[in-house]
Design a binder for this molecule. Sequence first.
Ligand code: AMP
Length: 404
Amino acid sequence: MKTVDSYNFAGKKALVRVDFNVPLDAQYTITDDTRIRAAIPTIQKILKDGGSVILMSHLGRPKPPQTESSEPFFDEKFSLKHIVDHLSKLLNKPVLFANNCIGAEAQSAAKQLKAGEVLLLENLRFHKQETAGTESFAKELSTLGNVYVNDAFGTAHRAHASTTIIAKFFPNDKVFGHVMANELASIDKVLNKAERPFTAIMGGAKVSGKILIIDSLLNKIDNLIIGGGMAYTFIKAQGGKIGSSLVEEDKLDIALKILNDAKAKGVNIYIPVDTIVADAFSNDANKQTVDIKLIPDGFMGLDIGPKTEKINAEVIANSKTILWNGPMGVFEMSNFEHGTKAAAEAIVAATRKGAYSLIGGGDSVAAINKYNLGNDVSYVSTGGGALLEYIESGSLPGIRVIEE
Ligand code: AMP
């Protein structure tokens, strides 16, 4: 793997695509700086070698005009200038800022940049050409530096100008940063070097978003645990009564196909046997624990039940590789978080016994962090959609262009 560790940045201007897409409150204070912290080792490596760093990122989803105007678009809410002070504190050195990621200001700031200095460019997505993947825009960005570093795993599944298109202008000088390298090593461990038994735990709201990933995983795993809202589609497909639980009527056939495919491939599939149901989608609703195939009318399943928790915990305890995507219930509500918390704790216990555990995809990451267990599993992925797409297709555009 071509990483920053195998490249000497002495005298180089490194153009580094980072993911500084952090949450800001109404006063533009950063409420979670995990992504900024994650990029620090890559920046430090370049500076230590005697290089300088030009950082480019997106922040949020600004809506620049779709015209061909050359005027830079600006929206205070999405300005990366709000990141400068905090980044400067983390790096313990001043951070320069350019109010536009291309054009005269950026060119001159990059030109004057000296070894050991750091320049942050304004939000790439203030130009519609970024998400459009426009080659001329990527080329303009590329002229700012002489080596390209991609350390933004969370956007590696997008063929955007700064994540993918730009790489062609650095045929011999393109490498992965530490965040990327760690993500790739972790995925490789799970997808290509998994110790058996390998268990995938899939939850979350809907089957529809998970079909491709389940399809792809069935060729690799020994056990598939299903939970969350998507479980009720499987139960209904098998003829169970699910009351007013979440269901995708048009995915009943696919649920049955997944069950058949699993059987054909020798994968043990664990669908919940009991569930905690509520008479409203509310933490204060009346609740009871029932057989998942016999949910009374007027009730919806919002969590897995205690028998299911126990079955799942046993499967997890006997696993050597674990991939977790999606909560087991509506874990945001304290009365319906037990199943998700129990799964997280079972994964932690298995990890302590030597299993490799990868947590990835939006809400399971939120869940593991809610229970402060992020440091007790093997790896928590920083890229939700990117991780899922990687597992589905075996690579990502932003990764292929560096490996080529
Ligand atoms: P996803 O983005 O597909 O991983 O879905 C995550 C969301 O699924 C979370 O916000 C959960 O609250 C929700 N969820 C999990 N279980 C259920 C359920 N039984 N009914 C409705 N929503 C659920």
